[in-house]
Design a protein around this ligand. Structure first.
Ligand code: TYC
Length: 102
């Protein structure tokens, strides 16, 4: 609730100004070379998915070109993207991972 003062200024109450932090989706992109099993392991190890859910997400990415791994505050999403890409490059795979504002 806002309070209107006689001089025209409006003071917003503190609770109105506190917005939840913007959230970001971490998204995996398809490619023709990264092994399916490697992607399933990434979804289990970096995004805490069980094997069945990880397999479903991987197959969705394979079919549709992209798929959502999780939704996180900016710094956590950014760190996950970096860890996934570093892990994939170390293994010699071209897997791409990006973040998008949710
Ligand atoms: N398309 C890959 C293959 O056929 C599998 C794959 C799935 C790659 C998901 C990347 O994000 C990905 N081996």
């Amino acid at each position: 609730m806002a309070t209107k003062h006689e001089n025209g200024t409006v003071l917003a109450r503190q609770e109105e100004k506190i917005k939840p932090p913007p959230m970001y989706q971490v998204v995996l992109l398809n490619d023709d070379y990264t092994p399916m099993e490697f992607v399933v392991a990434i979804l289990q190890d970096f995004f805490n998915k069980d094997r069945e859910t990880a397999t479903q997400i991987m197959l969705k990415v394979h079919r549709d070109g992209k798929g959502m791994c999780g939704v996180y505050p900016r710094d956590i999403a950014s760190t996950k993207v970096e860890l996934v890409i570093t892990h994939a490059r170390k293994a010699g795979h071209p897997l791409q991972c990006v973040m998008e504002e949710a």
